[in-house]
Design a protein around this ligand. Structure first.
Ligand SMILES: *[C@@H]1O[C@H](CO)[C@@H](O)[C@H](O)[C@H]1NC(C)=O
Ligand SMILES: *[C@@H]1O[C@H](CO)[C@@H](O)[C@H](O)[C@H]1NC(C)=O
Length: 286
Protein backbone atom coordinates (compact mmCIF):
# COMPACT_ATOMS: atom_id res chain seq x y z
CA UNK A 1 0.00 0.00 0.00
CA UNK A 2 2.89 2.38 0.76
CA UNK A 3 3.91 4.28 -2.37
CA UNK A 4 7.45 4.69 -3.56
CA UNK A 5 7.64 8.23 -2.21
CA UNK A 6 6.43 7.10 1.18
CA UNK A 7 9.13 4.48 1.33
CA UNK A 8 11.73 6.96 0.13
CA UNK A 9 10.71 9.50 2.73
CA UNK A 10 10.83 6.91 5.48
CA UNK A 11 14.31 5.94 4.42
CA UNK A 12 15.45 9.55 4.41
CA UNK A 13 13.97 10.19 7.80
CA UNK A 14 15.64 7.09 9.16
CA UNK A 15 18.97 8.22 7.73
CA UNK A 16 18.50 11.62 9.24
CA UNK A 17 17.42 10.45 12.66
CA UNK A 18 20.84 9.70 14.18
CA UNK A 19 21.89 13.22 13.27
CA UNK A 20 18.74 14.65 14.76
CA UNK A 21 18.95 12.74 17.95
CA UNK A 22 22.55 13.79 18.42
CA UNK A 23 21.96 17.43 17.70
CA UNK A 24 18.52 18.63 18.53
CA UNK A 25 16.28 15.83 19.63
CA UNK A 26 16.55 13.68 22.67
CA UNK A 27 15.04 10.20 23.04
CA UNK A 28 11.58 10.32 24.48
CA UNK A 29 10.67 10.58 27.30
CA UNK A 30 12.95 13.31 28.50
CA UNK A 31 12.91 14.01 32.21
CA UNK A 32 13.38 17.72 31.58
CA UNK A 33 10.75 18.04 28.88
CA UNK A 34 8.24 20.66 29.81
CA UNK A 35 10.17 21.77 32.87
CA UNK A 36 12.93 23.79 31.27
CA UNK A 37 10.91 26.94 31.35
CA UNK A 38 10.02 27.59 34.92
CA UNK A 39 12.31 30.45 35.91
CA UNK A 40 12.71 31.96 32.46
CA UNK A 41 9.33 33.44 31.77
CA UNK A 42 9.07 37.14 31.21
CA UNK A 43 8.17 39.60 33.90
CA UNK A 44 4.64 39.91 32.51
CA UNK A 45 2.67 36.86 33.65
CA UNK A 46 1.54 36.26 30.09
CA UNK A 47 1.88 32.92 28.35
CA UNK A 48 4.37 33.17 25.48
CA UNK A 49 4.53 31.00 22.36
CA UNK A 50 6.99 30.21 19.65
CA UNK A 51 5.28 28.97 16.52
CA UNK A 52 6.17 28.00 13.00
CA UNK A 53 3.57 28.85 10.37
CA UNK A 54 3.41 27.10 7.02
CA UNK A 55 1.23 28.11 4.09
CA UNK A 56 1.29 25.79 1.09
CA UNK A 57 -0.65 26.56 -2.06
CA UNK A 58 -1.16 23.81 -4.63
CA UNK A 59 -2.26 25.29 -7.97
CA UNK A 60 -2.18 22.08 -9.98
CA UNK A 61 -0.40 18.73 -9.95
CA UNK A 62 2.90 20.32 -10.98
CA UNK A 63 2.92 23.72 -9.25
CA UNK A 64 3.01 24.56 -5.58
CA UNK A 65 4.31 27.34 -3.36
CA UNK A 66 5.43 26.91 0.24
CA UNK A 67 5.97 29.66 2.76
CA UNK A 68 7.33 29.21 6.25
CA UNK A 69 7.83 31.69 9.08
CA UNK A 70 8.71 31.69 12.79
CA UNK A 71 6.99 33.85 15.41
CA UNK A 72 7.72 34.68 19.02
CA UNK A 73 4.35 35.86 20.29
CA UNK A 74 3.33 38.41 17.68
CA UNK A 75 6.86 39.22 16.57
CA UNK A 76 8.08 37.55 13.38
CA UNK A 77 11.56 36.19 14.04
CA UNK A 78 12.23 33.84 11.08
CA UNK A 79 11.39 33.32 7.46
CA UNK A 80 12.01 30.21 5.36
CA UNK A 81 13.87 31.14 2.20
CA UNK A 82 12.58 28.50 -0.19
CA UNK A 83 14.97 29.50 -3.01
CA UNK A 84 18.17 28.86 -1.05
CA UNK A 85 16.55 26.39 1.37
CA UNK A 86 17.79 28.31 4.39
CA UNK A 87 16.37 29.92 7.51
CA UNK A 88 16.46 33.74 7.44
CA UNK A 89 17.04 35.18 10.91
CA UNK A 90 15.08 38.43 10.93
CA UNK A 91 16.25 39.87 14.26
CA UNK A 92 19.64 39.96 15.98
CA UNK A 93 18.36 37.58 18.66
CA UNK A 94 16.45 35.17 16.34
CA UNK A 95 18.98 32.39 17.00
CA UNK A 96 18.06 32.29 20.69
CA UNK A 97 20.84 30.41 22.42
CA UNK A 98 20.98 27.40 20.08
CA UNK A 99 24.43 26.52 18.78
CA UNK A 100 25.39 26.79 15.12
CA UNK A 101 25.28 22.96 14.88
CA UNK A 102 21.80 22.75 16.37
CA UNK A 103 20.50 25.42 13.98
CA UNK A 104 22.13 23.65 11.04
CA UNK A 105 20.44 20.38 12.01
CA UNK A 106 17.08 22.13 12.16
CA UNK A 107 17.74 23.75 8.78
CA UNK A 108 18.64 20.34 7.29
CA UNK A 109 15.41 18.92 8.68
CA UNK A 110 13.40 21.81 7.22
CA UNK A 111 15.09 21.38 3.82
CA UNK A 112 14.00 17.75 3.83
CA UNK A 113 10.55 18.65 5.07
CA UNK A 114 9.90 21.35 2.50
CA UNK A 115 10.96 18.92 -0.24
CA UNK A 116 9.02 15.90 0.97
CA UNK A 117 5.84 17.62 2.14
CA UNK A 118 4.75 18.92 -1.31
CA UNK A 119 5.88 15.66 -2.94
CA UNK A 120 3.78 13.61 -0.56
CA UNK A 121 0.73 15.87 -0.93
CA UNK A 122 0.98 15.81 -4.72
CA UNK A 123 1.47 12.02 -4.73
CA UNK A 124 -1.69 11.53 -2.65
CA UNK A 125 -3.91 14.20 -4.17
CA UNK A 126 -5.74 11.66 -6.32
CA UNK A 127 -6.14 9.05 -3.56
CA UNK A 128 -7.71 11.70 -1.31
CA UNK A 129 -9.54 13.41 -4.19
CA UNK A 130 -8.10 16.84 -3.39
CA UNK A 131 -9.36 19.43 -5.85
CA UNK A 132 -6.98 22.05 -7.21
CA UNK A 133 -6.35 24.76 -6.28
CA UNK A 134 -6.09 24.10 -2.56
CA UNK A 135 -4.30 25.59 0.43
CA UNK A 136 -2.83 23.84 3.46
CA UNK A 137 -1.90 25.88 6.54
CA UNK A 138 -0.02 24.49 9.50
CA UNK A 139 0.64 26.16 12.82
CA UNK A 140 2.95 24.31 15.18
CA UNK A 141 4.94 25.24 18.25
CA UNK A 142 4.85 25.48 21.99
CA UNK A 143 3.59 27.81 24.69
CA UNK A 144 5.16 28.46 28.05
CA UNK A 145 2.90 29.34 30.93
CA UNK A 146 4.63 31.06 33.82
CA UNK A 147 5.39 28.50 36.52
CA UNK A 148 3.86 25.61 34.59
CA UNK A 149 4.93 22.95 32.10
CA UNK A 150 5.04 24.04 28.51
CA UNK A 151 2.38 22.96 26.06
CA UNK A 152 2.96 21.83 22.48
CA UNK A 153 0.54 22.24 19.60
CA UNK A 154 0.19 21.44 15.91
CA UNK A 155 -2.90 22.38 13.94
CA UNK A 156 -3.51 21.87 10.25
CA UNK A 157 -6.11 23.60 8.08
CA UNK A 158 -7.31 22.67 4.60
CA UNK A 159 -8.94 25.34 2.41
CA UNK A 160 -9.00 27.69 5.40
CA UNK A 161 -10.90 25.38 7.77
CA UNK A 162 -9.65 23.36 10.74
CA UNK A 163 -8.64 19.96 9.46
CA UNK A 164 -6.49 18.02 11.93
CA UNK A 165 -4.25 18.32 14.96
CA UNK A 166 -1.43 16.37 16.53
CA UNK A 167 -2.31 15.47 20.12
CA UNK A 168 0.06 13.59 22.37
CA UNK A 169 1.19 10.94 19.97
CA UNK A 170 -1.50 10.79 17.31
CA UNK A 171 -3.16 12.70 14.50
CA UNK A 172 -6.78 13.63 15.21
CA UNK A 173 -9.30 14.90 12.68
CA UNK A 174 -10.87 18.22 13.68
CA UNK A 175 -14.54 18.09 14.64
CA UNK A 176 -16.58 18.71 11.51
CA UNK A 177 -13.68 18.15 9.12
CA UNK A 178 -15.39 15.06 7.70
CA UNK A 179 -14.23 11.77 6.24
CA UNK A 180 -11.32 13.30 4.32
CA UNK A 181 -9.63 14.37 7.58
CA UNK A 182 -10.41 10.96 9.11
CA UNK A 183 -8.78 9.17 6.19
CA UNK A 184 -5.71 11.43 6.17
CA UNK A 185 -5.24 10.91 9.93
CA UNK A 186 -5.61 7.15 9.54
CA UNK A 187 -2.79 7.14 6.99
CA UNK A 188 -0.58 9.55 8.97
CA UNK A 189 -0.99 7.53 12.16
CA UNK A 190 0.72 4.55 10.49
CA UNK A 191 4.04 6.40 10.36
CA UNK A 192 5.68 6.05 13.73
CA UNK A 193 8.86 7.81 12.66
CA UNK A 194 7.01 10.97 11.66
CA UNK A 195 5.07 10.95 14.93
CA UNK A 196 8.28 10.43 16.88
CA UNK A 197 10.01 13.34 15.13
CA UNK A 198 6.97 15.60 15.48
CA UNK A 199 6.58 14.83 19.17
CA UNK A 200 10.23 15.38 19.97
CA UNK A 201 10.45 18.61 18.00
CA UNK A 202 7.31 19.99 19.64
CA UNK A 203 7.80 18.75 23.18
CA UNK A 204 11.55 18.87 23.56
CA UNK A 205 13.25 21.09 20.97
CA UNK A 206 10.59 23.81 20.88
CA UNK A 207 10.44 24.55 24.64
CA UNK A 208 14.24 24.71 24.79
CA UNK A 209 14.37 27.06 21.84
CA UNK A 210 11.52 29.15 23.23
CA UNK A 211 13.27 29.59 26.59
CA UNK A 212 16.45 30.74 24.88
CA UNK A 213 14.84 33.09 22.35
CA UNK A 214 12.49 34.56 24.97
CA UNK A 215 15.51 35.38 27.15
CA UNK A 216 17.44 36.78 24.16
CA UNK A 217 14.53 38.91 22.97
CA UNK A 218 13.42 39.90 26.47
CA UNK A 219 14.38 43.56 26.22
CA UNK A 220 12.55 43.91 22.92
CA UNK A 221 9.46 42.09 24.22
CA UNK A 222 9.41 44.11 27.43
CA UNK A 223 10.24 47.42 25.81
CA UNK A 224 7.68 50.08 26.59
CA UNK A 225 7.08 52.88 24.14
CA UNK A 226 4.64 55.70 24.88
CA UNK A 227 1.93 56.35 22.31
CA UNK A 228 1.79 59.39 20.12
CA UNK A 229 -1.72 60.75 19.52
CA UNK A 230 -3.13 63.21 17.01
CA UNK A 231 -6.58 64.20 15.85
CA UNK A 232 -7.76 64.61 12.27
CA UNK A 233 -11.04 65.38 10.53
CA UNK A 234 -12.76 62.45 8.85
CA UNK A 235 -15.37 62.44 6.06
CA UNK A 236 -18.48 64.24 7.39
CA UNK A 237 -21.14 61.72 8.46
CA UNK A 238 -23.99 64.21 7.56
CA UNK A 239 -24.92 67.89 7.29
CA UNK A 240 -23.81 69.94 10.28
CA UNK A 241 -21.88 67.00 11.76
CA UNK A 242 -18.20 66.53 12.13
CA UNK A 243 -16.22 63.30 12.42
CA UNK A 244 -13.09 63.53 14.51
CA UNK A 245 -10.58 60.72 14.35
CA UNK A 246 -8.05 60.22 17.12
CA UNK A 247 -4.97 58.30 15.94
CA UNK A 248 -2.73 56.61 18.46
CA UNK A 249 0.49 55.15 17.18
CA UNK A 250 3.94 53.89 18.05
CA UNK A 251 3.09 52.21 21.36
CA UNK A 252 4.32 48.94 22.81
CA UNK A 253 3.12 46.59 24.23
CA UNK A 254 -0.25 46.12 22.60
CA UNK A 255 -2.84 46.73 25.37
CA UNK A 256 -3.95 50.34 25.05
CA UNK A 257 -6.82 52.36 26.52
CA UNK A 258 -8.06 55.36 24.54
CA UNK A 259 -10.99 57.60 25.53
CA UNK A 260 -12.51 60.85 24.32
CA UNK A 261 -12.91 63.30 27.22
CA UNK A 262 -15.08 66.38 27.53
CA UNK A 263 -13.67 68.14 30.58
CA UNK A 264 -13.53 65.38 33.17
CA UNK A 265 -16.25 63.33 31.49
CA UNK A 266 -15.64 60.30 29.27
CA UNK A 267 -17.62 60.74 26.05
CA UNK A 268 -19.78 57.67 25.39
CA UNK A 269 -20.70 56.37 21.97
CA UNK A 270 -17.32 56.60 20.30
CA UNK A 271 -16.22 54.02 17.76
CA UNK A 272 -12.99 52.10 18.11
CA UNK A 273 -11.02 50.47 15.35
CA UNK A 274 -8.64 47.54 15.55
CA UNK A 275 -5.04 47.59 16.61
CA UNK A 276 -2.76 47.13 13.62
CA UNK A 277 0.93 46.35 13.80
CA UNK A 278 3.48 48.94 12.67
CA UNK A 279 6.53 47.79 10.74
CA UNK A 280 8.73 48.43 13.80
CA UNK A 281 6.44 46.13 15.84
CA UNK A 282 4.76 48.94 17.75
CA UNK A 283 0.99 49.32 17.47
CA UNK A 284 -1.30 51.68 15.60
CA UNK A 285 -4.90 52.32 16.67
CA UNK A 286 -7.58 54.61 15.28
C1 LIG B 1 0.00 25.15 -12.95
O1 LIG B 1 -0.19 26.38 -12.28
C2 LIG B 1 0.79 27.35 -12.58
C3 LIG B 1 0.56 28.55 -11.66
O2 LIG B 1 -0.74 29.01 -11.69
C4 LIG B 1 0.69 27.72 -14.05
O3 LIG B 1 1.65 28.68 -14.37
C5 LIG B 1 0.91 26.46 -14.89
O4 LIG B 1 0.73 26.73 -16.26
C6 LIG B 1 -0.04 25.36 -14.46
N1 LIG B 1 0.34 24.11 -15.12
C7 LIG B 1 -0.55 23.25 -15.62
C8 LIG B 1 0.00 22.01 -16.22
O5 LIG B 1 -1.76 23.48 -15.58
C1 LIG C 1 19.41 28.63 26.84
O1 LIG C 1 18.62 29.51 27.59
C2 LIG C 1 17.71 28.87 28.46
C3 LIG C 1 16.84 29.95 29.05
O2 LIG C 1 17.57 31.05 29.48
C4 LIG C 1 18.48 28.07 29.50
O3 LIG C 1 17.58 27.38 30.33
C5 LIG C 1 19.38 27.07 28.79
O4 LIG C 1 20.20 26.40 29.72
C6 LIG C 1 20.27 27.77 27.78
N1 LIG C 1 20.97 26.77 27.01
C7 LIG C 1 22.25 26.87 26.70
C8 LIG C 1 22.83 25.77 25.88
O5 LIG C 1 22.92 27.83 27.05
Amino acid sequence: MASFTQQASMLLLLLLLPLLFKGILCPWPSPEAGQVLGPHHLAGEEPLSFQVLQISLFANSSWENNQGSGWLGEVQTHRWDSVSGTISYLLPWSRGNFTKEELESIQALLQLYFRLFPEEVQAHSRQFQLEYPFVIQISSGCTMHPGKASEAFLYGAYQGSDFLSFQGYSWKPSPGAGSLAQNVCKVLNRYRVIKEVARNLLSYTCPRFLAGIAAAGKSELERQVKPEAWVSKGASPGPGRLLLVCHVSGFHPKPVWVRWMRGEQVQPGTQQGDILPNADRTGIFE
